[in-house]
Write a protein that binds this ligand. Structure first.
Ligand code: FPP
Length: 257
């Protein structure tokens, strides 16, 4: 298996894939709904935002484990189009947290060959965050290691409506025959164009919902729901999700041969 990280630049040793997992049957693309930060904080008598702070640590460790274990793409749901309805203080904390994380972690991402991208309507984000996002995207665009997508102000229905509008505009301009709109044409107008669909969706904190996340892209994903709260999501929890994935028989609507 290829090792994308520049190991010499690592401050920690590469973590090896647990022996009970088959390296030949890993999901190429893992998506995560990082839920339970608020509950994690409440259980400790801390303000909710401390859960988000700890959630960032869990995300960093998940990214590194996925990279070390040979997973090609990790997509994380950081902020949904619905999350604006949270108390103003929490929303501002999250925006400031995202800015701080990006400013602090960019060098490490570059060094570890991560290619980071942000999916969602980025125009609604604070200007400072937008420029950090632009910079991080540009500076890591040609990196060949793990592909890390951070969904920020992302909502799947919004994304699908935007695709419909864009295709309709092309039809109106006479550039596209409506009959030529097939699944591939539709997928190539999504923000995830060029990415494989997630093979595995992990949702933490025991909630059985998709919450407007990658509705098109998750059509054939295997779902792993765990009671673990996101800030506690660690190597054991990730290995458990991957083991669960490896026990599934994926049929994509067909039958087993
Ligand atoms: C939901 O927990 C989680 C979030 C809103 C995600 C917060 C974002 C991060 C941890 C990472 C951001 C990283 C980058 C790189 C920008 P919740 O508040 O819904 O928890 P609850 O259901 O227990 O209240």
């Amino acid at each position: 298996m290829s090792r994308p990280l520049v190991t010499a630049a690592r401050s920690t040793a590469l973590s090896s894939l647990p022996a009970d997992l088959d390296p030949g049957r890993l999901p190429a693309h893992v998506a995560v709904i990082m839920d339970g930060n608020g509950r994690w904080a409440r259980q400790r008598g801390l303000p909710r935002v401390m859960g988000h702070r700890q959630g960032v640590e869990a995300l960093k460790s998940t990214l590194r484990l996925c990279s070390d274990w040979g997973i090609a793409t990790l997509t994380a749901y950081a902020f949904s189009t619905e999350n604006w309805s949270r108390p103003g203080e929490e929303v501002s904390f999250l925006m400031t947290l995202f800015e701080g994380v990006l400013a602090r972690e960019l060098e490490g991402l570059e060094r570890e060959d991560v290619r980071i991208r942000f999916l969602g309507d980025l125009t609604a984000l604070p200007a400072g965050l937008q420029s950090l996002i632009e910079d991080a995207t540009a500076r890591t665009a040609s990196n060949a290691g793990i592909r890390f997508n951070v969904c920020t102000n992302y909502g799947s229905r919004h994304e699908l409506v935007e695709v419909a509008r864009e295709l309709a505009r092309r039809v109106q301009r006479g550039e596209l025959d409506p009959e030529a709109i097939d699944e591939a044409a539709f997928a190539s107008a999504l923000q995830t164009a060029g990415e494989s669909d997630p093979d595995l969706l992990i949702r933490t904190s025991g909630e059985f919902r998709l919450s407007n996340f990658l509705l098109w892209q998750l059509a054939y994903a295997e779902l792993h729901i765990t009671d673990v709260l996101w800030p506690d999501f660690d190597a054991v929890a990730l290995a458990t999700a991957l083991g669960d994935f490896q026990r599934r028989q994926r049929r994509f609507g067909g039958v087993l041969s």
